[in-house]
Design a protein around this ligand. Structure first.
Ligand code: HEC
Ligand code: HEC
Length: 219
């Protein structure tokens, strides 16, 4: 039997930690099968429209990681909080303490040290520059939808159906693609607590082309 050792093993572990960090960023309590905290997060502004989502990183910092300066600005999810793009490339050891700081206050019962480490890796190494894949002004995916159809039919349709309508809890993927940044994040990192694949170890054009194709699926 071949064993993965040394650099190969750690590169593989790194990619899966980053993807898990991405799923925690989407919804850490779902990924960890915990209950959603009852009260709104202390840092969530009083006038915010989505207090029930307020413990999710994406609700304050956005699906495009740009916070108030990104795609959320055109939606009712807008809150006056900056994005996390400034932390891309920073040492994960300097990012990790942020999750226990006064802005965040995540208790170890909510995010343990492994969770914090995965999140810090995601923030440091996992954020994609979404503008490469989605035009920030129009929200139009830049990928090649014809190639994306091939990827979708082989990678996604087994679970979601060729029409993207085979979903148990969510909306048809054609409808989910109305928010292409959300779709792109999930394509790269997988879905919290679901057996959905994370495409981040493949060439980024595969996720990008797939997202472009999902826009033509029925809603
Ligand atoms: C209820 C809102 C809220 C939630 C949820 C939230 N944050 Fe924050 N976050 C903030 C605020 C407020 C700041 C400080 C912004 C500032 O300094 O202007 C911040 C700052 C940050 C920063 C530093 C950004 C920088 O460039 O200084 C990072 C990284 C970060 N958050 C990541 C996360 C991650 C990962 C999660 C989920 C585990 C998360 N945040 C959840 C409100 C939130
Ligand atoms: C192993 C099965 C599986 C595969 C393969 C899979 N998914 Fe999923 N996906 C799920 C499940 C389960 C859910 C969540 C429950 C539901 O909506 O059915 C989900 C949900 C989603 C959602 C969230 C929809 C919403 O309501 O927000 C998106 C987006 C998504 N999938 C995209 C994709 C894409 C793109 C691919 C192919 C790259 C893919 N999925 C492949 C199982 C899968």
């Amino acid at each position: 039997m071949m064993l993965l050792t040394g650099a190969a093993a750690s590169a593989a572990e790194l990619e899966s930690s980053i993807a898990r960090g991405g799923r925690l960023y989407d919804n850490w309590y779902k990924e960890k099968k915990l209950d959603r905290p009852e009260a709104a997060h202390a840092a969530y502004p009083a006038g915010g429209k989505y207090p029930k989502q307020s413990w999710r990183c994406k609700e304050c910092h956005g699906w495009d990681y740009k916070g108030k300066d990104g795609a959320a600005a055109k939606t009712d999810h807008l809150v006056p909080i900056k994005g996390i793009t400034g932390m891309a490339g920073k040492d994960p050891a300097t990012i990790a303490p942020l999750f226990r700081d006064k802005n965040h206050g995540f208790a170890p019962e909510q995010l343990n040290d492994k969770d914090v480490q995965d999140l810090a890796l995601f923030v440091s190494k996992g954020q994609m520059d979404t503008a490469k894949f989605i035009d920030p002004a129009s929200g139009k995916p830049k990928g090649n939808a014809a190639k994306g159809e091939v990827y979708f039919n082989t990678l996604c349709a087994g679970c979601h159906g060729l029409d993207g309508k085979k979903v148990s809890t969510g909306v048809p993927l054609g409808q989910a693609s109305d928010n292409p940044w959300d779709m792109l994040h999930k394509a790269f990192n997988g879905l919290p607590a679901e057996a959905m694949p994370a495409l981040r170890s493949l060439d980024p054009s595969i996720a990008s082309d797939t997202v472009a194709y999902t826009q033509s699926l029925p809603k």
